[in-house]
Write a protein that binds this ligand. Sequence first.
Ligand SMILES: [Zn+2]
Ligand SMILES: [Zn+2]
Length: 129
Amino acid sequence: MRLEGGCYCGQLRYVAEGEPMMKAQCHCRECQYISGGSPNMFLLMPPDGFSFTKGTPKQFARSDLEGAVTREFCAECGTHLTTAVILKVGTLDDPSLYGSPQMAIYTIDKQVFHQIPEGMPSFERLPQR
Ligand SMILES: [Zn+2]
Ligand SMILES: [Zn+2]
């Protein structure tokens, strides 16, 4: 599939091509900061097919954490778009292309107001590979 998206103000645009490697909702505490409180809906896309087609994102990684991930966001409007090739569903032009998440991860940080659809596999951290 070919997915296009961008930030809220339109200064950043991206294209992601390929088959999603994972579609999930993440309940971790870090994602709660970035989502506003709810689980973070994301797609893991193959790195080869991903590129920014407009603008250059600002990058942020915490220096006080070992192995901190790099998050990319719009310097203008602040929309957080990607962490490596983890795309935030809300930044897709057509979020309905997401379908639905296949699993819930990091439920160890789940809040009482977070919903997990019935029957969806859920993991305290990440599923074992
Ligand atoms: Zn923006
Ligand atoms: Zn998370």
